[in-house]
Design a protein around this ligand. Structure first.
Ligand code: FAD
Length: 387
């Protein structure tokens, strides 16, 4: 298994590196922070190059790569560009509920175009009154005639202003007072939908998050994804995969900062010797290398387990948790050891820090990663150690 530093000769690594260089993605990453927008042009180019849905099956238009290979590609894409393009690459994986549970017509109409980079599909789970505890969601989906009527609010939504459609989770009333959580694909231009952008974010600004309000929105029956009441189960499966892939993204960003800092520390002289010879600098950099390498192997282990069809909810949650913790620490060291310029927007470290920081909240806060892992490990028959 590959350990850091990365493998420059792997054809997949060469491919994503070439793509990032050709499309000047590192510059675009900085630009999207200053002028937040959904990068439609790059998204289309990624679709044309087969870089969207790397892990999506070939029958659905994806590349069908094994998950550890997808993780490798994401790591290198982000290492050469920025978190934005790793997240774009896994938009189809973020929409696996549509791929796995949508009707063939819906998949044809929405999922395949997304893999080609032609359509953007978001996810709407969080509500003003229910985030970490998503089971508390209240958006109602009432059966009426040949469809459902959706009423309620979805908050903190990424791609709020840019998604052409979203996978929306709501409750269908039932004998169970909590109702049945059900997933729907909802085109975002239906009458009754209002989209309000938030006032701006610390990082990942291109996502242009916001609030989506549903006021008696009529959704045809064929837009329901799978069975009534199964939405939460579907979501759980998807989030597990997402979290392990996100860990690879955050590690790619952190490794880029770590590597740049080692190079800088070799060259920058203070008090008559290179920074790299000051133990207060070189020891943290060595520790970061150990942590990022270990996290990379752990992430690859989580992805391998998922690829084998094993239950790896704990490993995926812990991979994201530890990648964010150690990634942020490494990027913080990059800011610190570059001195005054490290704190400035002349260098990419502060943006990377802000973007990776989103990983401590999005796709479940870090505390929830520990809640998930603790629950899984407590209830597992025989916890399998990493291989
Ligand atoms: C960049 C970004 C993108 C996002 N994109 C989307 C999206 O596309 N769609 C979507 O639906 N949502 C999205 N979210 C929302 C995100 O999923 C929620 O913010 C997250 O689940 C937390 O929910 P909350 O904000 O309601 O916080 P709360 O649930 O109110 O929790 C607040 C804080 O309390 C702590 N906490 C919560 N529960 C526990 C616990 N059991 N034990 C200990 N501490 C706890 C955590 O620190 C948590 O951050 C995004 C968020 C961010 C930052």
């Amino acid at each position: 298994m590959a350990i850091l530093p990365p493998l420059p000769d792997d054809p997949l690594v060469v491919e994503v590196t070439d793509f990032a260089t050709r499309h000047k993605l590192a510059d675009r990453y900085r630009e999207l922070d200053r002028n937040p927008a959904f990068p439609r042009e790059e998204y289309r180019a990624m679709g044309r190059a087969g870089l969207l849905g790397l892990g999506t099956s070939t029958t659905l238009g994806g590349r069908g790569l094994a998950l550890p290979r997808v993780g490798l590609a994401l790591f290198h894409l982000v290492y050469r560009s920025g978190t934005v393009f790793g997240k774009l690459s896994i938009q189809p994986e973020f929409s696996s509920v549509l791929a796995d549970h949508g009707s063939p017509e819906l998949v044809e109409e929405w999922f395949r175009p997304m893999v080609r980079g032609e359509k953007v599909v978001g996810n709407q789970i969080t509500e003003p009154g229910a985030g970490s505890d998503a089971q508390g969601m209240t958006l109602s989906a009432t059966r009426e005639g040949d469809g459902y009527v959706l009423t309620g609010e979805k908050s903190e939504v990424a791609l709020c202003m840019d998604a052409d459609a979203a996978i929306v989770y709501g409750r269908v009333p039932s004998e169970d007072p909590r109702g049945k959580v059900t997933a729907f694909l909802v085109p975002q231009d239906l009458p009754g939908i209002t989209r309000d952008p938030s006032s701006g974010d610390l990082g990942e600004r291109w996502q242009r998050r916001g609030l989506v309000t549903y006021d008696q929105v009529r959704v045809p029956l064929r837009y329901r994804l799978g069975e009534e009441g199964m939405g939460f189960e579907y979501l759980r499966t998807e989030l597990t995969h997402d979290r392990a892939l996100l860990a690879a993204i955050y590690l790619g960003a952190a490794y880029a900062s770590w590597e740049a800092t080692v190079e800088y520390a070799r060259q920058r002289t203070v008090f008559g010797k290179p920074l790299a010879r000051q133990e207060a600098v070189s020891f943290p950099l060595a520790q970061d290398f150990a942590r990022l390498s270990a996290d990379w192997l752990y992430t690859q282990d989580a992805l391998s387990r998922l690829e084998r069809g094993e239950d790896a909810a704990a490993e995926a949650a812990l991979a994201k948790w530890v990648a964010v913790e150690d990634g942020l620490r490494a990027i913080d060291h990059a800011i610190q050891f570059h001195g005054g310029r490290g704190y400035s927007q002349d260098l990419p470290h502060e943006q990377r820090w802000r973007d990776v920081r989103a990983g401590g909240i999005a796709h479940g806060p870090s505390e929830i990663m520990l809640v998930v892992a603790a629950h899984e490990l407590r209830t597992r028959q025989s916890p399998a150690p990493p291989r």
